[in-house]
Design a protein around this ligand. Structure first.
Ligand code: ZN
Length: 135
């Protein structure tokens, strides 16, 4: 398998999905490919196609959720960068062995993708999501 790590999506925290869609969908003209509520993350998600990758809009369902707290602290904005990796388990193992801070065990997120987050302390200050590529 090729060892490529394309950008899967950019995660943007917003206070209102409809407000953000008014720009990204209605004004910019991107297509919404997926909408769902991820109960475990307490977030409403809208995915927009941007060619090779996607934009993920994240609206908290509760103020004390991860995205709710992010909004309170930073306001709306870029929340994370997501890279697609060929083998999530192997990548996580390699990073752990090298001392990187993995924030969760691989789990299912929006669209049924398995993912982990890597702490910004390990990545140059950006919350990094690693998503397993569909085989
Ligand atoms: Zn994401």
């Amino acid at each position: 398998m090729e060892n490529q790590f394309p950008i899967d999506h950019l995660g943007i925290a917003v206070s209102s999905l409809e407000g953000a869609l008014h720009f990204y969908r209605d004004q910019l003209g991107l297509t919404v490919t997926q909408r769902e509520t991820v109960a475990g993350e307490r977030v409403n998600v809208a995915m927009l196609a941007t060619g090779e990758s996607r934009i993920e809009l994240l609206e908290p369902t509760e103020t004390d959720s991860v995205i709710g707290k992010f909004l309170e602290k930073h306001g709306p904005g870029l929340h994370h960068v997501s890279l697609r990796v060929p083998n999530l388990e192997a990548t996580v193992e390699r990073l752990r062995a090298a001392g990187s801070r993995i924030l969760n065990e691989p789990r299912l997120g929006a669209g049924g993708h398995r993912y982990v987050f890597v702490h910004p302390a390990s990545t140059g200050g950006v919350l990094l999501e690693l998503v397993e590529a569909h085989s």
